[in-house]
Ligand binder design. Structure first.
Ligand code: COA
Length: 334
């Protein structure tokens, strides 16, 4: 049986750090409130308006190729999970491919908000498992600060910019993407969205005046759905694969709120030492959080480690992916 293995991981973050203290000068908030309610201390922000999502993705994808010793021309397919594409079209995937010279690849953007990366690796894995492709790149990246209302303290303190990418390749070993469970419920769109700029509300003076080109979130409602759904889908993937808490080496949870992560880990019976976390440094980078976690923890990952990757996001979208890590990260990690 052919499986899709993650054979390399890379990330990229803008250099500028925006701390909670900096935010105190912009909106009516406090460092203490943000840390207590979310776990976030600081986030990165791409201040250079000449740089769009594809520009921040390119160094990550090039680093991926360098680490694996391949040329961009060897990439068959590039899927980009993002809700902050450079523009409505062409796709950010196509722009990344053009910039790196991946001239034999096709690709598309995948809109699943914070679940963009797990939807992306699940989709990409199918092209590997069928034998159709040998090299699929999945990018998860967002420049959330480009769609934040800096007068809305309930959203502007949560998000940050950044993301990363993984390479999927075929393997016949007992490693790789072993299983996934994905869900979506469009009814959740009323709780978390960006309404302006599409065919329902094309950009106009009204959409700008009514702040419809910014993230809108009903925080408490999203919180309740997130904590319930992430815990439930993680328990489901454990059951389907006969995984007990002690079998799991790492929980890799989307970084929206430390309290959501803690609730999920508790339900799975997993202690904090097995939970990848970086929300305190980057905030919620939407599709970017999971590749950034894998990049940050790569050095600690060993071949055969059992990873449960779980996410919840706008849509609503949510799911879990069970991955058996395919290589010894100590040689490659930062
Ligand atoms: N600083 C200080 N006070 C703030 C604040 C801020 N940045 N943001 C909100 N508040 C206030 C509210 O106005 C409210 O005040 P009130 O009681 O006087 O009305 C109070 O804090 C509590 O607000 P509430 O919205 O209930 O806070 P919360 O504990 O739910 O935390 C979120 C807010 C957004 C952090 C939280 O709901 C959350 O993480 N939601 C889910 C996000 C998520 O998972 N998204 C998934 C897709 S990415």
């Amino acid at each position: 049986m052919i499986r899709a293995a993650i054979t390399a991981v890379a990330g990229n973050l803008p250099e500028t750090v925006l701390s909670n203290k900096d935010l105190e000068k912009i909106v009516d908030t406090t460092d203490e409130w943000i840390i207590t309610r979310t776990g976030i201390k600081e986030r990165r922000i791409e201040k250079d308006l000449n740089k769009a999502t594809s520009d921040v993705a390119v160094p990550a994808v090039l680093e991926l190729c360098r680490k694996r010793g391949i040329s961009p021309e060897e990439i068959d397919l590039l899927i980009c999970g993002t809700v902050t594409p450079d523009m409505m079209f062409p796709s950010t995937s196509n722009l990344i491919c053009a910039k790196i010279g991946a001239k034999n690849a096709w690709g598309f953007d995948l809109t699943a908000a914070c679940s963009g990366f797990i939807f992306g690796i699940s989709t990409g894995s199918q092209f590997i498992m069928t034998g159709k492709y040998k090299k699929v790149v999945v990018v998860g990246i967002d420049l959330m600060t480009r769609i934040l209302n800096w007068e809305d303290r309930s959203t502007c303190v949560i998000f940050g910019d950044g993301g990363g990418a993984v390479l999927l390749e075929p393997t016949e070993e007992e490693v790789g993407i072993m299983d996934f469970v994905l869900h979506a419920d469009g009814n959740g769109g009323t709780n978390l969205n960006m309404r302006g700029g599409g065919s329902r509300f094309p950009a106009s003076h009204d959409t700008v005046e009514n702040k419809m080109h910014y993230v809108y979130q009903e925080g408490q409602s999203v919180f309740k759905h997130a904590i319930y759904s992430m815990a439930e889908v993680s328990a489901d993937i454990m059951k389907r694969n006969n995984l007990k808490a002690e079998d799991i080496t790492w929980l890799v949870p989307h970084q929206a709120n430390k309290r959501i992560v803690d609730g999920t880990a508790n339900k799975m019976g997993i202690g904090p030492e097995k939970v990848m976390m970086n929300i305190e440094r980057y905030g919620n980078t939407t599709a970017g959080t999971i590749p950034l976690l894998l990049w940050d923890y790569e050095k600690q990952l060993k071949k055969g480690d059992n990873l449960v990757i779980s996410a919840f996001g706008g849509g609503f979208t949510w799911g879990s992916v069970f991955v058996k890590w395919a290589y010894d990260g100590s040689k490659y990690g930062k």
